[in-house]
Write a protein that binds this ligand. Structure first.
Ligand code: HAM
Length: 429
């Protein structure tokens, strides 16, 4: 196939056989967010480029080299959203819904775009589900967000495979003092730093902390520690969060090198990581961004949130074989009809049944076919029961009811009694 007719590298189709798992995952998270009192927000996929530059930060990898930016027909610079927080901040400002200190707890789901080098778990179009909370500045809400994700891992059966890493970046003042100390220390060891870290030292020095380069890591062993520069307010906040996680029985490790790749964070930052997916092991990440709304032109409004990568979590469910069996069964009953008269009767009958059992997943055979071929399709559909309608049955106004997975004998059911009979044997969602 010619290249221009293929999907763009790093952007994946999610095929019909994969969507049941996606929908199971998405509905599990959506239900959980609803149950914790979060309401869904839907924002456009495209925003003005300026929004991302000003919120994520000019000297981050995302803004410097990963954004899908283009001019529209008005000459405006637009960008496909690389993440969801910036748009939430824009939306709360634009609609004034955090005015007067009003709390907002919201969640979102959708595709995000980053021009990264594609590999397992890293794509150019990927999907996030995220939560954002505005106007609550205490550690209780940081803890709630983490508790929510912990519950999710439990519901999905992946708790043992993920680990919580935690850090505090302090307020911008304490971070400024720390940055100065770090720059002074690293500048004295400039020749031992890798090229990227030398560049970051000038543009975004805290990012040197999460370098993968072994020589630079060796230099960092004796570098000043963020914890020693934390102001009292941030320390009390961080202690409050840790106490709540302890009370909830959620294990965590403090990672003093956790700085995150977006510039808007202050105080709490966290990542849920797994060692089951290779290099792309962060499945969920977030933190506090108390200065962001103000920086974007609003009144001071604390904010905190996280986003999880759906592709990575789907991969993890598959790797750990935590895919519930029942989600791949999409059909309860498969109806086979033989001959034109039976087909017409089958259609009318099945519509009557659907009227009475709106949640029944009933598939009618399409494209006719022999008894053998229809039966094969019934079996392949995963249905629990087959319904069989031929001339003989039609004459008697009954339909053959055949269990396909070994639950009892075949029997004939009167047309009038079919819905009631199905209601007793199919559990309907
Ligand atoms: P992030 O760390 O850039 O944070 O992304 C969050 C999650 O999205 C990652 O942990 C990962 O699971 C997934 N992800 C990121 N990039 C890719 C990719 N190229 N391919 C597949 N999955 C990916 C944010 O986006 C922040 N907005 C999170 C946040 C919300 N902080 C506060 N509120």
């Amino acid at each position: 196939m010619s290249k221009s007719l293929q999907a763009i590298r790093g952007m994946n189709d999610i095929l019909p056989e994969q969507t049941p798992l996606w929908r199971y995952f998405e509905s599990t998270v959506a239900r959980l967010c609803d149950n914790y009192g979060y309401k869904q927000i839907r924002t456009p996929i495209v925003e003005f480029t300026e929004l991302f530059k000003r919120s994520i930060g000019e000297v981050t990898d995302i803004v410097e080299k990963e954004m899908y930016t283009f001019e529209d027909r008005n000459g405006d610079s637009l960008t496909l959203r690389p993440e969801g927080t910036a748009a939430c901040v824009r939306a709360v400002l634009e609609h004034g819904i955090t005015g007067g200190g009003q709390t907002q707890k919201m969640w979102y789901i959708g595709p995000m775009y980053r021009h990264e080098r594609p590999q397992k778990g890293r794509y150019r179009q990927f999907h996030q589900i995220g939560c954002e909370v505005f106007n609550l500045d205490g550690p209780d809400i940081d803890a709630e967000l983490i508790v929510l994700t912990w519950r999710l891992w439990g519901q999905l059966g992946i708790r043992d495979a993920v680990k919580l890493e935690l850090n505090s970046l302090g307020t911008s003042e304490s971070r400024g003092r720390y940055r100065e100390a770090l720059v002074e220390y690293l500048s004295a060891h400039l020749d031992k730093l890798d090229e990227d870290s030398q560049r970051r030292l000038k543009t975004n020095p805290l990012r040197v902390l999460d370098t993968k380069n072994a020589d630079t890591q060796a230099v960092l062993v004796d570098a000043p520690k963020m914890a020693d520069y934390l102001d009292d307010e941030s320390r009390v906040h961080f202690d409050g969060l840790k106490a709540r996680l302890d009370a909830a029985g959620i294990p965590y490790v403090i990672n003093p090198k956790l700085v995150r790749g977006l510039d808007y964070y202050s105080k709490t930052v966290f990542e849920w990581v797994t060692d089951k997916l290779g290099a792309q092991g962060t499945v969920c990440a977030g933190g506090r961004y108390d200065g962001l709304v103000e920086q974007m032109g609003g009144k001071p409004t604390p904010g905190v949130g996280f986003a999880m990568g759906i592709e990575r979590l789907i991969l993890l469910l598959e790797t750990l074989e935590q895919v519930p069996e029942e989600i791949s069964r999409q059909v309860d009953v498969y109806l086979c009809a033989f001959g034109e008269a039976a087909e017409l009767a089958a259609l009318a009958l099945s519509e009557k049944v659907r009227d009475q059992l709106p949640n029944l997943r009933l598939q009618i055979n399409a494209g006719a076919g022999s008894f053998k071929s229809q039966f094969k399709k019934a079996d392949k559909s995963g249905a629990l029961y087959a319904l069989i309608l031929g001339d003989d049955e039609l004459g008697q106004q009954v339909i053959g009811f055949k269990p396909l997975r070994g639950q009892g004998e075949q029997q004939n059911i009167a047309f009038d009694a079919l819905a009631a009979h199905l209601a007793t044997c199919v559990v309907q969602g």
